[in-house]
Design a protein around this ligand. Structure first.
Ligand code: ADP
Ligand code: MG
Length: 238
């Protein structure tokens, strides 16, 4: 569960090839970070993997199976949105349970899965609260809880911490890393923040204008950047 392969994947909007052609292997259990400047195609690439956008060309293979034509719900992936995507009128419990209700699961199963997710995310005492009665970090954890309950093969995060303040961001970074160690589920994490990439990733994919500049571990990229773009972006001493 949780391997993702992109073969020759491209995305064209109108006359603009936002992603000219990308090949990439993501191994089961890896924490992969897509990093690059604003507008370089990070979100587009993540949305292609999620199935929220159709590829213009190429193939997406998830767990060894061609998923290029599959709708998002059938890909076995969960996207984590920013915490403001919670339903304000619903309790934490109902927010976390929502995807399971949509999937038509029975009440006992839903209760159990919500409890399990709440335990992992330290939200057990907050299940009856509304989002506005929570701190920013707790809200972000509820957003993650909504992804966890579906027990996905991989989590997809698109800049989940960008609307949190600096101190909280550092905290949540750590929490997401710990969650990864605990669940050992593949995580694909998009950010424009080099520090987030360097501290969280097993593998960093540096993107620039829809192309991969380099793929490697944080240490690889720091010690052996392939080019000046990577060196400059990662802040290595080349
Ligand atoms: P990032 O997430 O790295 O900031 P995006 O993937 O959001 O970048 O965008 C990459 C490029 O694709 C940008 O030039 C953006 O304007 C363009 N783009 C993204 N989505 C669309 C769309 N639905 N239609 C047209 N252009 C788009
Ligand atoms: Mg983006």
């Amino acid at each position: 569960m949780g391997s993702i392969t992109l073969k020759n994947v491209s995305k064209v909007f109108g006359a603009h090839a936002v992603i000219p052609s990308i090949d990439l292997d993501i191994t089961d259990g890896e924490f992969v970070v897509f990093v690059g400047p604003s507008g370089c195609g990070k979100s587009t690439l993540l949305r292609l993997i999620a199935g929220l956008e159709d590829v213009s060309d190429g193939e997406i293979v998830i767990d060894g199976r061609n998923a290029t034509e599959l709708p998002p719900a059938k890909r076995g992936l969960s996207m984590v949105f920013q915490s403001y995507a919670l339903y304000p009128h619903m309790s934490v419990r109902s927010n976390i349970a929502f995807p399971l209700k949509m999937a038509g699961e029975d009440k006992a199963t839903i209760d159990k899965k919500v409890q399990d997710a709440a335990r992992v995310l330290n939200l057990t005492d907050y299940l009856d609260r509304k989002p506005r009665q929570l701190s920013g970090g707790q809200r972000q954890r509820v957003a993650i809880g909504r992804a966890i309950v579906r027990q996905p093969g991989a989590f997809l995060f698109d800049e989940p911490l960008s609307n949190l303040d600096a101190a909280l961001r550092v905290n949540m970074r750590l929490e997401i890393s710990q969650l990864h160690q605990q669940l050992k589920t593949t995580m694909v994490y998009v950010t424009h923040d080099q520090v987030e990439a360097m501290t969280m990733a097993d593998k960093i994919v540096v993107l620039n204008r829809g192309r991969i500049e380099q793929v490697g571990s944080p240490l690889d990229l720091y010690r052996r950047p392939d080019n000046l773009f990577v060196a400059g972006f990662i802040g290595s001493p080349r």
